[in-house]
Design a protein around this ligand. Structure first.
Ligand code: ADP
Ligand code: MG
Length: 702
């Protein structure tokens, strides 16, 4: 908000007072005028007219319609039981669904009669739908009723608030008082040229209409304006930080591509690089010559070869007299990186170290010394490697492998190790959608490996129901007879550890019966085992002594076993999409055709079915990430919760993608043309930013 008035504590609003202010603070986090102004209605009730099926869309508020009921039917059993009815008017048909009170509602509905339907319109599979509509028989009485002729806002409230007469209506009254008193103090915060170019309504109008819409069109315009503004200042802050960052932080200049890089490239690299890998290396090469700190995000699908790109970038750093490190989120992954890199560089090339929480004190001391005297060139580890005790001689390049995202704060801690901060390359484990990357990593440059190494056969994926288990066994036997190995994975969900273990034990029993000694051998790995025992079991599988690896999650099997070409995921409906994709990525690493079998019960939720169908349909991680975002919304994507970046009130990264992309372009354009914001028409942005430091949600972003 652009006027100090809005920072006034809420108790000073007429009609509030001390005790009401208290509950408003506790229950709704409304501390001042601005918070109340930004406590938007969660729905609107439109009793102004009857809508036609043809005219409704999913963005509409609660509306009323007139339609003739033609059919009603209870379908599904127990958990999936629902009442589905069909209705139509002269423009089309609409489906009505109830999940609760099914029997009772079913009895009351009379096919053939015309009803007033009232509810929130939606679409499912392209068909108009309304869930839990209120139903009222159409009658002359209804016809003559003179209703409230505006869109009514409905505000979220709580039992506690209601004790203070602050139900939806009570809050509405306060907002009305606030608007009447302070509307004149809401000043425009966007430059006029943007208002014109994007055909936005002004800010005061937007606030008035989001609370008390004059009509549906005005409401849409108000929401659009506030979404635009929210995304605009989000991107504005991100890109401004990026700009300030390049001005503030010098970077080491990697002037040459030297001996180590060339020797590795010509003598050690076991395969030709893909074009995408070459392109990304070039991008990194350019970044590290500019004298500005690199901050780059590397995205690529599972198996696209990010590790080798990271390694070759580190070799350039070492060639220029610097050290490098890789920071992984877990010990297992750190271990895995260590093994992979040791294998790629071989002996007697450069010294590589591993530092994790379980590195013994003695070995730790040796590592510290070698780091300080510069003998150790690459250090791989977990958080342990940013502990204050760890001192590098000359850290020049940092790779952050972000299975679970490191925050900005942790990234910054690495910089403090040096006067000139090291270049930073952030790698994501699986792709994230473009719009999400734009926001979560909006202050980074982005590189994408969009090509898999040649000769990879796409993994074939099928979905079997538990009743098709025999077919699965048959398939396993056939592939094992050809010399292949199989992973069988069970979900591990922390809340019910006991149940998970039982699942696994039952599974092991079934597997041992179906695949008996001496023809078959099983490896078993789960979380309750000692680390040493796990290692033994994994080694047996790696060496090919066992053909089947039964495990709770394959993260625990973390190793690359190219001969393992079948991934079976039990209870696959209980896994998230990105986890399924990660798991599937464990196969398809060798020359053989690989397969993934998703086992599930018949009891599938709608989202569960979409997840499995998506896995069957595509191997493309970017596509999968996109579907995941659509299904779960931005707040539930792994790693986004703590970030605060997605604390959006009006806009939604999943559903407002188009708007976000055009806003991003617009902000980029502004900084390109006027990086210091000196043009007169941009002065307003300076002012907005200055006031914005105080209470607004978007100050959390930087
Ligand atoms: P991710 O991007 O999932 O981290 P990795 O870096 O682990 O992928 O690479 C997956 C596998 O592909 C590794 O075994 C790696 O050696 C191999 N690989 C990487 N690049 C190429 C390439 N250009 N040609 C052939 N194989 C490659
Ligand atoms: Mg990897």
């Amino acid at each position: 908000m652009n006027s100090q008035v809005f920072q006034t504590p809420i108790e000073y609003l007429k009609g509030v007072g001390v005790s009401r202010a208290d509950v408003l603070k506790k229950e709704l986090q409304i501390f001042n005028f601005e918070d109340l102004l930004r406590h938007f209605p969660f729905k609107y009730i439109d009793r102004t007219r009857f809508y036609k099926v043809r005219d409704i869309n999913a963005d509409m508020p609660y509306v009323q319609m007139l339609a003739r009921l033609t059919q009603k039917e209870i379908i599904g059993e127990k958990h999936t039981k629902r009442l589905v009815a069909q209705a139509h008017d002269d423009t089309g048909a609409i489906e009505l669904v109830w999940f609760q009170g099914v029997k009772w509602i079913e009895k009351a509905l009379i096919p053939g009669k015309v009803y007033v339907l009232f509810g929130k319109p939606g679409f499912f599979n392209g068909k108009a739908q309304m869930a839990h509509p209120e139903m009222e028989l159409y009658s002359t009485e209804v016809q003559q009723r003179k209703g409230n002729l505006t869109l009514q806002p409905a505000y979220s409230s709580t039992e506690k608030l209601k004790q203070f007469s602050l139900d939806s209506k009570g809050i509405q009254k306060l907002v009305a008082i606030l608007l009447e008193q302070q509307l004149k103090d809401i000043h425009e915060n966007l430059p006029l040229y943007l208002i014109n170019r994007f055909k936005l309504i002004d800010l005061a109008n937007a606030y008035r209409n989001i609370h008390f819409p004059e009509d549906a069109t005005k409401l849409t315009e108000a929401i659009h304006r506030l979404k635009f503004e929210e995304l605009f200042f989000l991107q504005f802050r991100l890109l401004r930080n990026k700009l300030l960052h390049t001005q503030k932080f010098k970077g080491n200049i990697f002037g040459t591509v030297g001996e180590l890089f060339n020797q590795f490239y010509h003598e050690k690299l076991p395969f030709p690089l893909t074009n995408a890998q070459k392109r990304v290396l070039k991008e990194i090469r350019l970044d590290t010559q500019r004298g500005v700190q690199m901050n780059r995000l590397l995205q690529g699908d599972v198996g696209s070869g990010k590790t080798v790109v990271a390694l070759m970038s580190m070799l350039i750093a070492i060639d220029n007299g610097f050290q490098a490190c890789i920071m992984a989120p877990t010990e297992i992954l750190a271990n895995q990186h260590y093994q992979t890199i040791k294998e790629l560089v071989g002996d007697d090339f450069i010294e590589v170290g591993l530092l994790t929480g379980s590195t013994p004190q003695k070995a730790r001391k040796v590592l510290h010394e070698k780091l300080e005297n510069g003998q150790l060139k690459i250090l791989i580890g977990t958080h342990a490697l940013i502990e204050d005790k760890v001192q590098y001689k000359n850290l020049g390049f940092v790779v952050i492998d972000e299975q679970h995202r490191f925050g900005v704060e942790q990234r910054a801690r690495l910089w403090r190790k040096n006067i000139i901060p090291p270049h930073i390359l952030v790698m994501t484990a699986t792709p994230i959608p473009r719009t999400l990357a734009m926001t979560l990593y909006g202050d980074l440059d982005i590189s994408i490996i969009d090509e898999l190494p040649a000769g990879r056969k796409p993994i074939q994926t099928v979905h079997y129901y538990d009743t098709q288990r025999l077919r699965m066994f048959g398939f396993m036997k056939q592939e094992i007879a050809k010399g292949r190995q199989v992973y069988v994975v069970y979900p591990l969900i922390q809340e019910s550890e006991k149940l998970d273990l039982k699942n696994l034990m039952d599974g092991i029993e079934v597997m041992s019966r179906e695949f008996p000694l001496p023809d078959y051998r099983l490896s078993i790995v789960h979380g309750k085992m000692k680390a040493a025992d796990k290692q033994v079991e994994m080694d047996r599988f790696i060496k090919g002594e066992t053909q089947i690896m039964v495990a709770t999650t394959v993260i625990e099997v973390g190793v690359n076993v190219p001969n393992a070409s079948i991934m079976i995921i039990e209870n696959s409906e209980r896994f998230g999409l990105s986890q399924l994709h990660q798991l599937r990525g464990r196969v398809g690493r060798g020359a053989e055709q690989s397969f993934c079998i998703l086992m599930s019960s018949h009891k599938l939720s709608r989202d569960g079915k979409i997840r499995l169908d998506t896995m069957v349909k595509t191997n493309n991680g970017f596509e999968i990430a996109e579907t995941d975002l659509q299904l779960r919304g931005p707040g539930n994507i792994e790693g986004t919760q703590q970030s605060g970046v997605l604390d959006l009130k009006v806009a939604n990264i999943a559903t407002d993608q188009e708007l976000l992309i055009s806003v991003r372009k617009c902000v980029e354009g502004i900084f390109e043309k006027d990086p210091q914001l000196t043009l007169p028409e941009n002065q307003i942005l300076h002012q907005t930013l200055q006031v914005k430091g105080q209470g607004l949600s978007w100050n959390k972003i930087s």
